[in-house]
Write a protein that binds this ligand. Structure first.
Ligand SMILES: [Zn+2]
Ligand SMILES: [Zn+2]
Length: 175
């Protein structure tokens, strides 16, 4: 979704409020492709803060179905985004042009809202996703989701390196 900022860039003191839809149902990043279950429209407040310069503020809410890191069950994860960024038009001639240019967000005089949301999602992406704080994960032997109850497997899972040392030890003992 592109939003035309021409009026904001050229009219001193101008403030515009707009709501734009965010329709993507997938989000792809370096760590994979994730499905978006629900997304609110993006509420934007666009303010002129100088010739060819605008402040973009806004909020958006997106709910993803993400897999729990331990048990792999889908978990609803909601991002409550709130952002605040400065953009400049291609006409901007200020000395700080290089550092001001959040240029990946602009296509000419248009703000690329999809790109903006994508950046915010990356910034806010969780380090860890758990269905609950004390998720027990899945059994390494039988694959049962241990949140649903014990599976009865011997829960001692030998470390392969330790097993190798033990084999060596046993072999020596036999000699
Ligand atoms: Zn879990
Ligand atoms: Zn098991």
């Amino acid at each position: 979704m592109l939003v035309n900022l021409t009026d904001v860039f050229t009219n001193e003191g101008q403030v515009q409020e707009q709501t734009v839809s965010y329709d993507a149902d997938m989000f792809t990043s370096q760590s994979g492709t994730f499905s978006i279950k629900e997304s609110s429209p993006v509420a934007l407040r666009l303010s002129n803060i100088g010739q060819s310069k605008a402040l973009v503020q806004g909020t958006a809410k997106l709910t993803f179905a993400l897999a729990c890191d331990r048990c792999l069950q889908d978990v609803d994860y909601t991002f409550d985004l709130s952002f605040d960024t400065v953009v400049i038009s291609p006409d901007y001639t200020g000395e700080d042009a290089a550092e001001e240019a959040a240029s990946e967000l602009m296509e000419g005089y248009h703000l690329n809202v999809d790109e903006l949301i994508k950046n915010e999602l990356l910034l806010n992406w969780p380090m860890k996703i758990l269905c609950r704080e004390d998720c027990k994960g899945i059994c390494k032997s039988c694959g049962k989701n241990l949140n649903d109850g014990e599976c009865g497997c011997d829960d001692f899972v030998p470390d392969p390196r330790m097993a190798a040392i033990k084999d060596l030890f046993d072999a020596n003992k036999e000699v």
